[in-house]
Design a protein around this ligand. Structure first.
Ligand SMILES: [Zn+2]
Length: 351
């Protein structure tokens, strides 16, 4: 058959037809026609500790109402303030219910360029813990933005920070790392980027063209974790690499003093349910439930649906700009795994 005869063949024409249409991506909201079991999860099977949230702007009484309504026993507020303001936030929540609220401090990097910063960081951690913090978070501006007194980018694995990690071990409080971000944030914001809409809404989240690759940033972090076996570390957002759970799994195997939280990563985990389920079963003792989203009843319920049911192809909990154009699948985790991930692992780190 000649080429022209082929192109006139009805079957060939049918399978070769392509849509060339203009529809704004923001206006495209397809609804799934799948008919499969759906579970509305009003409460979790076991009490839950949300180990990763940010409540600075919230009213503790309102948060407690949400927690009561959907089975959240306790919550860790990671304050994004430093100094006196952080203590104020701590008091605001702890005075309402010290048993149900705990607080992570935020590493103060505002004065890296003044002499004595590294000694001050040790003292600040001590003061945070004295005032009732149960850990401290280090954010992604370390390694990418913050410059030291000499004007060089302060590396995550800079040895001048070592005494601070040793102090955390001595005080018995974990250090939480949020270093780097999803892989797609390191790529151009274009038609091939799987998180295009999210990055279009938050162009400041892009690392494209930045000084270090994601691999390099994670390698710096991993060196610190390896150097401080007595310090407990929490790798926020599945150690920032849920796209590659084999890597996170190796990291957890290598470092028994490392935990990971699942904050804001249901989308990543739920689109690879076979791999994610195995990951949860293998590392059940080291995964912490966390949400990193405004405390709302439906947000929590979506998490329970994801972790407890075998529902297929549903919306993931997310911020308004979403994380990518896909849906997720439930992991139907067994009870013993759920108990650990929901609560028992966090209780081990609670204070
Ligand atoms: Zn967070």
């Amino acid at each position: 058959m000649s080429d022209s005869a082929k192109s006139e063949d009805p079957f060939v024409r049918m399978v070769s037809a392509k849509a060339e249409v203009d529809l704004r991506l923001s206006d495209f909201h397809p609804r799934s026609m799948l008919v499969t079991p759906q579970h509305e999860m009003r409460r979790p099977k076991f009490p839950v500790i949300d180990y990763h949230n940010h409540l600075d702007a919230q009213d503790p009484q309102e948060v407690l109402k949400v927690m009561d309504e959907c089975g959240v026993e306790r919550l860790v507020n990671i304050t994004m303030y430093t100094g006196e303001k952080a203590f104020g936030i701590m008091d605001k929540f702890h005075s309402v219910d010290r048993r149900r609220f705990a607080t992570y401090g935020w590493m103060d990097l505002s004065d890296v360029q003044s002499a004595g910063f590294f000694e001050r960081s040790v003292e600040r951690l001590e003061r945070l813990v004295e005032r009732g913090a149960c850990g401290m978070k280090i954010w992604k501006d370390l390694g990418t933005k913050v410059r030291d007194q000499e004007g060089s980018l302060l590396r995550i694995d800079d040895q001048r920070l070592d005494p601070m990690y040793e102090k955390a071990a001595e005080l018995g409080v974990p250090i939480m790392y949020h270093i780097a971000d999803p892989d797609a944030f390191f790529l151009p914001i274009d038609a091939r980027n799987e998180r295009y809409e999210e990055l279009a809404a938050h162009p400041e989240w892009s690392y494209y063209g930045s000084h270090y690759s994601k691999e390099e940033l994670l390698a710096q972090r991993d060196r610190v974790i390896a150097r401080h076996p007595k310090t407990t570390f929490v790798g926020a957002h599945v150690a920032e690499h849920p796209e590659d759970l084999a890597y996170v799994s190796r990291l957890l195997d290598k470092h028994p003093h490392l935990y990971v939280d699942i904050g804001a990563r249901c989308a990543e985990l739920g689109r690879q349910p076979y791999t994610a389920r195995e990951f949860f079963l293998k590392h059940a003792d080291r995964i912490l439930f966390g949400t990193d989203l405004i405390p709302e009843v439906n947000m929590y319920r979506l998490h329970y649906r994801f972790l407890e049911t075998s529902d297929q192809y549903f919306d993931y909990p997310s911020h308004a700009s979403r994380q990518g154009r896909w849906n997720i699948y439930g992991l139907f985790l067994p009870d013993d795994v759920l108990r650990k991930v929901y609560r028992e692992n966090a209780l081990r780190l609670w204070r």
